[in-house]
Design a protein around this ligand. Sequence first.
Ligand SMILES: [Mn+2]
Length: 499
Amino acid sequence: MTSEEQPKAEHRSRPTSAEFREFVASGWAPRASEPTPRAEVADVTEPRRAAVSERFAGERLVIPAGGLKVRSNDCDYVFRPHTAFAWLTGLGADREPDAVLVLDPVEGGGHEATLFFRPLAPRDSEEFFADSRYGEFWVGARPTVADVESELGIRARHIDEMKDVLAKDAGTVQLRVLREADAAVSALVDQVRQEAGVTESQEQLDAELARDLSTRRMVKDAWEVGEMRKAVAATHKGFEGVIADLPEAVRRGRGERWVEGMFGLYARHEGNGVGYDSICASGDHANTLHWIKNTGDVREGDLILVDAGVEVDSLFTADVTRTLPVSGRFSEPQRRVYQAVLDAQEAGLAAVRPGAKFSDVHAAAIRVIAERLHEWGLLPEGVDVEQTLDPEHGQYHRRWMVHGTSHHLGMDVHDCQQALREDYMDAELVPGMILTVEPGLYFKADDELVPDELRGIGVRIEDDVLVTEDGCDNLSAAMPRTIEDVERWIAQVQERGRP
Ligand SMILES: [Mn+2]
């Protein structure tokens, strides 16, 4: 109900004669009589909704998917549902624009879930042939109410029926909406509240819902870990596609785009797409942390930093970085920097275990970074390791690694972003959490504080790690990381060709 409006194009028209409408509606084979089979994910979303129901007992919760966004004129961006909506319904990939999940409290406790959406329109409707956004002629047949109910195990209704459900005893039933997902649904909820005589601001209540739905995804269940493993396996394959084509990337010029395209090909083929814009940064570009322009050449002798992840249809995404010598062998200065980052990563990985604090991982990795920079004489005169690690009066080493070492990972690449500091940075790790460990060192080409031979070298190594009962399981461990293994990997993949 709430996609962004597309500007009208006055020069276009569709046939409207009664004769045509009757003709276009006739002569089609009957639709499949069997609804869509139940999806595997339907079994795992039910307990998720039950947990949310328990937390917000007696309240009505509104969780929109969001709407289509106009790219230009009558072209929209590819749709991606809000993560909380996808997590609670099991709808992933590009489903279902304008849908809204409503959890309605029932007497005696618990909630009834209803998915309001735009079901498939009949063939005698104008939408069928004339609506380029939703019509079957244009975007294919969408699911029916029966399809959605049978696929997801959730009651489904036409979106037009939603307002009445929201308005039902709105004066007595507490209403909360996930505001960030869909501005129009939020406006509708505000209108319902106003009509019911609710005058005090409800923003705090809505923010609590957003925070809960974000924080709640921090510990992954077995099914979610399985999706992460799929995402990582596809990412591994994508990296091998990139490695196989590195010589081609060098030959063609503008090789960063070739690398981006090669990874994107695998991401799209193996999964839903990339989980975030791939960073394909050769040479000095690696020192721009979020280099996604990818306009540069890939040159023999340089390192190329590739930070990329495949997102699978459930929207779980990997997030892996490898820094690869374009010619297949690291030079001596490249080895020195790479090994320091690897040592920092090993220290970070060793700190991942239940009971450790999230921030301990960064502390362990950044200490190694500080030590190496001190050994190399790069810290200011007279500053030792402990002094630079002082959070108040130091941190000189952060000039060469300004980012953090870890973030939670899941359906969003930066997962659980709405969580409070006490539930994230200051929280203890527990089994089932998945985080990245990704230290780096970045020596810009114009950095006059570092020796010539290090200028223009940027290295990051990033793996995706599951917290287990007694430590951690590196989900991306199959992707080589040590200097020797990376060199051997490149030689083997280039010998074999694209996977
Ligand atoms: Mn990352």
